[in-house]
Design a protein around this ligand. Structure first.
Ligand SMILES: *Cc1c(COP(=O)(O)O)cnc(C)c1O
Length: 423
């Protein structure tokens, strides 16, 4: 499928007058339309709720858009919980999926009334010590081990993943939790990331629905909600077919009707914790070409670097690039698009066919809305960029300013010489 930028060159030029590149920009209309599509796809399930995975795009303005669409939030750290608190998302609006977290974070999640999803059987004791009781509503995370296949395709190796409990531990955990007074039980599992297929959620749903029936028969615990977690992917590459959330929702419904309803489990709520699917395509990194270099290859240097978008450097991930204003020009040049880090993996694209790029051109790096800005870092003393929301009415709103050297040095408040420089 052809990938079009959600921003024209004229719009980008006008935004850049007020906000210098690089910046991440998010498309409010795209975010809202997609959130509505998710809601509609699962409307058949009365208790359905999407808990947006905060780590994908930890920005309170973006979170508020989802809050207004009826979403809750999936957190796994203190600061993610604090973001929820800041926008008044508390109680069952919070899912706290904790792995290897310090005790204070359980306390904070409980204080906010969030639902706690236990990653490990030993966390039952840790939680009890942390908060002095076992909450009435509690969830457990399952790891089936082995390799995970959907329709004969090996999708991932849960046996190598640090998350979740074995089946034996899971059953034992429900028995213990019940004996300690828990009343409402959840079942959670996250097996594969970025699945570009409509079959992943329905297949996972079948696994978890069957398990919920077994749990009921074996432990007497009736599961109240099943959390399919994240992992629904997006089409980063133009040759991929994007997932269709309506087909996915129908696939889960079919499994629900076949497995749960005959067992009388007709009131189990379906939860999701999508991050990438909620924001990925609706964010872009806008960066200016500032340098051309010809050696053994053709390089275009831009004013963003891997510190602003780590996925290509870290995973070799593909991010499509549109040269704004040259959308329909022939891609008759081959470039490496690079940033300024003193690290040779700081490349947004390698041997990419693109139109001829001149200094000053604006590049639209697609699909940075999830795990983009969020994975940013400060290597080489590079600073985090601003984030901008392209409102439905077409106007830009600054939703996070760019870092300045003062921010970067702010943790040296123990170093007197900086004080004068930074005041
Ligand atoms: C990362 C994560 C998600 C979101 O994953 P996506 O691939 O972005 O959908 C959801 N739940 C948990 C527990 C996670 O760690």
């Amino acid at each position: 499928m052809e990938k079009r930028a959600f921003l024209t060159k004229e719009q980008a030029d006008s935004i850049c007058k007020d906000f210098p590149t690089p910046f991440h920009i998010y498309d409010e209309k795209g975010l809202k339309d997609n959130a509505r599509a998710v809601r509609e796809a699962f409307a058949w399930n009365k208790g359905f709720k999407e808990y947006f995975a905060v780590k994908a795009t930890p920005n309170p303005f973006i979170m508020k858009i989802f809050q207004e669409s009826g979403c809750g939030f999936d957190c796994s750290s203190l600061t993610e919980l604090m973001l929820c608190e800041a926008i008044n998302a508390t109680g069952d609006q919070i899912m706290f999926s904790a792995n290897d977290v310090p005790i204070e974070e359980f306390q904070k999640a409980y204080e906010l009334g969030g639902i706690i999803n236990l990653d490990d059987i030993t966390h039952i004791d840790v939680l009890e010590q942390a908060i002095g009781c076992i909450p009435e509503t509690i969830s457990c995370r399952y790891n089936p081990g082995g390799v995970y296949q959907v329709a004969n395709d090996i999708m991932d190796n849960p046996q190598d993943a640090k998350y979740g409990m074995t089946k034996e531990q899971l059953f034992e955990a429900y028995r213990i939790l019940k004996s300690k007074g828990a009343k409402h039980f959840g079942l959670h599992s996250f097996l594969v990331s970025n699945t570009v297929t409509n079959d992943y959620y329905p297949a996972l749903a079948r696994t978890l629905f069957t398990l919920a029936v077994e749990i009921m028969h074996d432990t007497g615990c009736r599961i109240d909600f099943i959390n399919l977690s994240g992992g629904v992917g997006i089409a980063y590459r133009p040759d991929q077919t994007p997932n269709d959330i309506h087909i996915i929702g129908e696939g889960v419904r079919k499994a629900y009707e076949e497995i749960l309803i005959p067992e009388g489990l007709d009131d189990i709520s379906i939860y999701t914790e999508m991050g990438r699917f909620m924001t990925g395509p609706y964010g872009a990194l806008i960066t200016t070409a500032i340098h051309e270099k010809h050696t053994y290859k053709e390089y275009i240097g831009v004013d963003a670097c891997a510190a602003n978008l780590m996925r290509p450097a870290m995973y070799g991930a593909y991010h499509h690039i549109t040269v704004l204003g040259k959308e329909d020009a022939p891609c008759d040049h081959t470039y490496d698009i690079v940033g300024s880090l003193c690290e040779n993996n700081d490349k947004f694209a390698i041997d990419r066919a693109l139109p001829e790029i001149s200094k000053g051109d604006l590049l639209f790096i697609h699909d940075t809305g999830a795990h983009g800005f969020a994975m940013g870092y400060n290597y080489n003393g590079r600073l985090r960029s601003s984030e901008i929301l392209l409102k439905e009415n077409g106007s830009p709103q600054l939703i996070r300013r760019a870092e300045t050297p003062k921010d970067y040095f702010s943790t040296f408040d123990c170093f007197d010489e900086f004080k004068g420089l930074l005041d």
